[in-house]
Design a protein around this ligand. Sequence first.
Ligand code: CTP
Length: 412
Amino acid sequence: MNKQAKSRILEERRILIGITGSIAVYKAVDLASKLTQAGARVEVILTEAAQQFVRPLTFQSVTGLRAYTDVDLWGSEAHVLHIGLAESADLLVIAPATANTIAKLAHGQADSLLTVTALAARCPLLLAPAMDSGMFEHPATQDNLKTLEERGVVVVGPVEGRMASGLIGKGRMVEPAELMGHIRWVLGREGSLAGRKVLVTAGGTHEPIDPVRVVANRSSGKQGFALAQASLDRGAEVTLITGPVHLATPVGARRLDVTTANEMRDAVLSEVEGSDVLLMAAAVADFRPTKVVESKIKRRKGPPEVQLEPTDDILGLVASHREKTDHPTVVVGFAAESQDMVENAQVKLEEKKLDLIVANDITASDSGFAVDTNRVTLINAQGAVEKLPLMSKAEVAEEIMERVVALLGKEG
Ligand code: CTP
């Protein structure tokens, strides 16, 4: 049986989830489960109203830890419980957060274990409101949320959609997967890359032949997106330039979509100046059709002759830019090889004036395109060759980012 992949930013983090009375509690169960699977220690506090929808046992079953209620507030550990919970938490997430609890938090009321704990807590607070859209739009709720945001509380959602009343409006709690992204962002924002700008490219480019056909490659974008996430986890400001992929944007990343190698080149060159780091994970087409046929090539005319011409080497252009400006400080390239991997990657490292190159053997079935795992070899500018074992693309991204942080440190 495979072990669930842990996420470094969440592993061993103590996350306290406050549950208030809304039908969106079913999403909170999923959130508690996802956080636990990612390695976090999740404790839960339910309000009285929350218990009308769900029982503490539900949460205890998915987290393996205690789920507290107001009964515990008056129990034997009463005098220390809320202080202990508040002090030990790295993050307090209230999801779903009802209008009533939001009002109490804004005014410092402390009439339940959850609100007492929230008042005692000094860790970041993240709220995911869930309520009828009329209640959400009411000036009282809006004022309360504004007060909380001014105090540094992170408010995520609500979003538009169908609500429990059957009406469509803005009041639905955001989905657990998206909340996870916000949780990572809050936990990581003071990390080792805080204040640094990281530019990541991902996915393959598409070079048109005619209005319906393209010359493309098999890149899924997964490794590039994992790098964007690992940079965000360290507090970086991330711009993600991506070719056509089917992946959700990591929460907090600024995403720029491009299609062709030329568009990718223009986007990289316009973003690179302000960036501290460039992670060039995209599989940029090396060749494109010399001309794009304006109308669809008809089958009955037989196979067309497609002539190809080279595209610009984006990393080559970045190297020239860097000679003049010293920016970006760290440039990482990738080398997808089917033979003589280390030798070929070393040549690319030198030619493209990289600080680090990540080489992978695309002939292996458990590594490279489309799969979730990768087996890479890292080669730095000093010639050190480091062969990493098979790991998830998220883990590969962690390894790369550790080296990037060290390289940035060296440059000061
Ligand atoms: N790259 C680039 N511009 C291109 C092609 C590739 O900047 N037009 C970048 C890739 O994003 C990657 C690195 O160069 O980081 C190596 O890409 P790869 O396709 O492995 O190498 P090439 O230089 O294209 O050489 P070859 O295809 O002959 O192996």
